[in-house]
Design a protein around this ligand. Sequence first.
Ligand code: HEC
Ligand code: HEC
Ligand code: HEC
Ligand code: HEC
Ligand code: HEC
Ligand code: HEC
Ligand code: HEC
Length: 381
Amino acid sequence: MNGKGRLILVLSVFIIFVILFSQCMETEKQLTATDTTRAGAVTCKQCHAKIYDNYLKESHANTSWPVTTDEVVRGGNPKSNEFAFDEHLKIVVEKRKDGMYQVPYFDKDQGPAKRFDIAIGSGKNAHTYGFWTGDRLTQLQLTYFRSINEWTNSPGYPQRIYFQGMGIRCLECHTSDVKPTIGEYNFDKKSIVYGINCERCHGPAGKHVEFHIKNPGDTAAKYIKLYKDLTRKQKNDACAMCHSGNSLVSLKSAFDFKPGDTIESYYHYKPAYPGSEPDVHGNQLGMLQKSMCFNKSSMTCGTCHNPHKPEEENLIAYSKKCMSCHATVKHSEKTLGNAMVKTNCINCHMPLKGSQVITYQQAGLDSVSAYKLHTHRIAVY
Ligand code: HEC
Ligand code: HEC
Ligand code: HEC
Ligand code: HEC
Ligand code: HEC
Ligand code: HEC
Ligand code: HEC
């Protein structure tokens, strides 16, 4: 290309940019939503119906909910409706006129009855609950664990009637918004947005919604971060916001996090005690970072998890993800003798491990049982 041709090319590219840019400014001007306007999950339904309908069934959507019916255990029927500490002291789950209650009894004497007001946990593994006293949120004493289908003394609770405030950290990982009032355990009840919704993972989408409603012909996504444009760290951080444990100092509200942000500007990590190991509960990233698979590939959470299509404990489906990188494996004769070796990699390489931080007490037992999860430290055990 000669000098003149090049000049014309540069000029025309410049003019195209000016036109495009002025059009952007034009649409930008017409929008009333800002970068922090949230639209709410229900608005997404009209254009992303299939994702929305799937989402309603996911654990994220159901990880917190207001208790409005008698069904305090979703899809389950605990073996017994009470938890006995000993022959004198027990807590009974009772239906009363205005809801479901946990009621302590000291022999025949009744103690303070507390209502199930909110539930934390989808119940895939457990439900724990809170009750309101004005704007103060307190955790109820009994927690339900699916694996044993029983009521237990809540994790960390002593063997007597006890009440502990539920703080903002639980809600940062288990709800999509809440406004604190004055006090460590005090919140504006009406401000709670239950469940982990679309905008906790995709960022505030008010502008995106407004633009696409005004421009129905535009089929390219506008004003929304695309996961495919994120770096590996940004992708992992978007999940690690809630999946990298709780040994940390918060620097700013986790509710402000949006994909593309780095986690270090929200949290400052500190081990629970010097030399402590990451825990299987809530710290999937910390465990994964201890695996060769993670350190020698560009693996992200999305390599194995599609948040819109959970594998529903299908370990065979998960194993296909392993095989996508490990087409040939050098197993010994002994290992090859195991019937699972070609189909289920998980039980051997990501075995169930008990949490060090979440243990619960069963009725009549002094010892505690651990909450078990598949470890994300992929290795030879
Ligand atoms: C009026 C229609 C409309 C509404 C309402 C809407 N979107 Fe979209 N959205 C679109 C269109 C059009 C696209 C681009 C085509 C596609 O990817 O489906 C898109 C794309 C997206 C993408 C990016 C897809 C990709 O390629 O990675 C995300 C994420 C997204 N929307 C999230 C949301 C969320 C969250 C809400 C609700 C708060 C929402 N959308 C509401 C129309 C809408
Ligand atoms: C737990 C986090 C999370 C939640 C909650 C979530 N998403 Fe996503 N979404 C993602 C991730 C991660 C991707 C990228 C997946 C990929 O590229 O494999 C994605 C992709 C998308 C896409 C584009 C790709 C596709 O599958 O079409 C759309 C549109 C979308 N999400 C909309 C929504 C809507 C609407 C909701 C709520 C009803 C929602 N998301 C809830 C994490 C989430
Ligand atoms: C705002 C906090 C938050 C974010 C962000 C988040 N999660 Fe979660 N995630 C949770 C909570 C809380 C649960 C437990 C849900 C329950 O109650 O069962 C969970 C559960 C899960 C589960 C188990 C689901 C099941 O059905 O067993 C997977 C897998 C998961 N998250 C993956 C991801 C991935 C991948 C991302 C990033 C794209 C992500 N999460 C982002 C909070 C979050
Ligand atoms: C750093 C984020 C985070 C914080 C803080 C947090 N959780 Fe969780 N929680 C999770 C994740 C992630 C899961 C899902 C799997 C796991 O255990 O890692 C979970 C699981 C649960 C479950 C079981 C849900 C199920 O059925 O699978 C309950 C109940 C629960 N949390 C209650 C609480 C309570 C109460 C608090 C506050 C004392 C709290 N969580 C604080 C992230 C968090
Ligand atoms: C994104 C690709 C990828 C995926 C997916 C993947 N791995 Fe790996 N894995 C690797 C790489 C790379 C190594 C290091 C191998 C090497 O350097 O020879 C590795 C190493 C391993 C090792 C040896 C670890 C050690 O400490 O000696 C085991 C076992 C393993 N992977 C099992 C699995 C299982 C099981 C899954 C599925 C849950 C899985 N991998 C998924 C890439 C992957
Ligand atoms: C190599 C595949 C693989 C990768 C990568 C991976 N996971 Fe998992 N994840 C699994 C398997 C397998 C399970 C067990 C499924 C089950 O029990 O239903 C699981 C279970 C979970 C659960 C349910 C609770 C638990 O611990 O059993 C959560 C939450 C979760 N993963 C989050 C994440 C997050 C966040 C990331 C990224 C930091 C991630 N996972 C990366 C394979 C993977
Ligand atoms: C019965 C338990 C068991 C099952 C099931 C199993 N492994 Fe292994 N794996 C082992 C043991 C043990 C070793 C160490 C070598 C040996 O003794 O065979 C190993 C070694 C490995 C290694 C390191 C050796 C190498 O070739 O680099 C990889 C990778 C691996 N396994 C991947 C997988 C994958 C992928 C699956 C599922 C298709 C799987 N394993 C299923 C037990 C198992």
